[in-house]
Write a protein that binds this ligand. Structure first.
Ligand code: AMP
Ligand code: ZN
Length: 122
């Protein structure tokens, strides 16, 4: 299914990045996903992977019944391979809800790697 441009949400930062109204350092793109470097990186590799279609968080993405969550996960892995962290280990994080630290309400997977990542997260 083609990306539906009509789903762009006014005043959504990441929809604006998809629409190229705001610049981003894009590292990977597929039909339905976009990946760009986090503006405030927490690791040598810190890339955000988003569906081009607007869904507010991972819970909403999980109920998008068209394989979109699959596409985001596959893109996250492709980014890890491309960034050279797939072998050493990387983390894929969806902060879901303000209580978990979500600040941008267009679902995004953080792909983090390139340093030792401790567990549990803070
Ligand atoms: P979260 O707190 O999980 O919602 O993550 C939002 C992330 O978006 C943070 O890590 C921010 O540093 C990042 N961010 C905010 N604005 C931009 C931007 N214009 N370009 C790239 N990353 C951004
Ligand atoms: Zn959006």
């Amino acid at each position: 299914m083609a990306y539906r441009y009509s789903t762009a949400v006014t005043d959504c930062l990441f929809c604006k990045i998809v629409a190229k109204e705001i610049p981003a350092d894009v590292v990977h793109e597929s039909d339905r996903t976009l990946a760009f470097r986090d503006i405030n990186p927490q690791a040598p590799t810190h890339v955000l992977v988003i569906p081009k279609e607007h869904h507010s968080d991972a819970a909403a993405l999980a109920t998008a019944d068209d394989g979109l969550a699959d596409d985001v996960l596959k893109a996250a892995h492709a980014v890890a391979v491309q960034e050279g962290v797939a072998e050493t280990g990387y983390r894929v994080v969806f902060n879901t809800g303000a209580g978990a630290g979500q600040t941008v309400f267009h679902v995004h997977a953080h792909v983090l790697g390139g340093r030792n990542l401790t567990w549990p997260p803070g």
